[in-house]
Design a protein around this ligand. Structure first.
Ligand code: C5P
Length: 219
């Protein structure tokens, strides 16, 4: 039996992509499959936590013992997460949230013309930054960063800017990392300035490691 070392803890995990509708048939999104976030939710539940998984559209099954809340857009995710944030001990933001959405969502399918089409985009709210501003005492926030360049500098600045306790940085360029893979290569950055780069491991093993580090920080 797995040690129930997260018993009594409330853990909220976000996972998957968001979809930002242009019209009833089209959307902007990204390649996130949700595997990393689902692995974290599954392992946290196995270890006894009370787990809420706020998920964008994915093909994955709900992990055993996890309460899943399905959302579509970044604004839906914002509402689902911020309304449940106050009672959480750990919030782990593995979702690939769309930074922009079409400024207008057409009620009817957009028709093509002969020329170019331009779509105006508007910024989505940053959920993690909002959580960081409003962090309740003792609550721990873990963000994710995926970059194609300057990974660690960008990750460090995200950790500070969004008031996170820990940030998991993974490069899209590393072999064995990124969208749809079953393994991940990551560097963990901590609020106190130290960093840890574990070897390439399964997303389940990395999930356990992330939970271990959050648990250690909370004690
Ligand atoms: O997009 P960015 O690289 O800034 O994402 C870093 C972290 O912030 C991720 O954990 C992501 O889930 C979160 N984020 C968010 N709301 C956004 C954009 C990103 O919570 N609108």
């Amino acid at each position: 039996l797995t040690e129930q070392d997260l018993a009594g803890r409330h853990v909220l995990v976000t996972a998957g992509p968001t979809q930002e509708a242009m019209d009833p048939v089209r959307f902007l999104s990204n390649h996130s499959t949700g595997k990393m976030g689902y692995a974290i939710a599954a392992r946290a539940a196995m270890r006894g936590a009370d787990v809420t998984l706020v998920s964008g559209p994915t093909a994955l099954d709900t992990p055993h013992g996890v309460t899943r809340v399905d959302i579509v857009s970044a604004r839906d995710m914002y509402d689902a997460v911020t309304s449940r944030a106050p009672e959480q001990d750990f919030i782990i933001k593995a979702a690939a949230v769309g930074d922009y959405r079409p400024a207008q969502t057409a009620d009817e399918k957009l028709k093509k013309g002969d020329g170019e089409m331009n779509i105006e985009l508007t910024r989505n709210p940053d959920i993690l930054a909002a959580l960081g501003k409003d962090k309740k005492p003792g609550q721990l926030l873990c963000g994710f960063a995926m970059e194609t360049q300057n990974l660690l500098d960008n990750a460090e600045s995200k950790l500070r800017r969004k008031n996170c306790d820990m940030l998991v940085a993974n490069s899209l360029r590393d072999k064995g990392a990124g969208f749809g893979t079953d393994t991940n290569v990551a560097t963990l950055l901590f609020k106190d300035g130290h960093r840890e780069t574990p070897p390439m491991m399964s997303k389940e093993a990395l999930a356990d490691l992330i939970l271990d580090r959050l648990l250690a920080m909370s004690n």
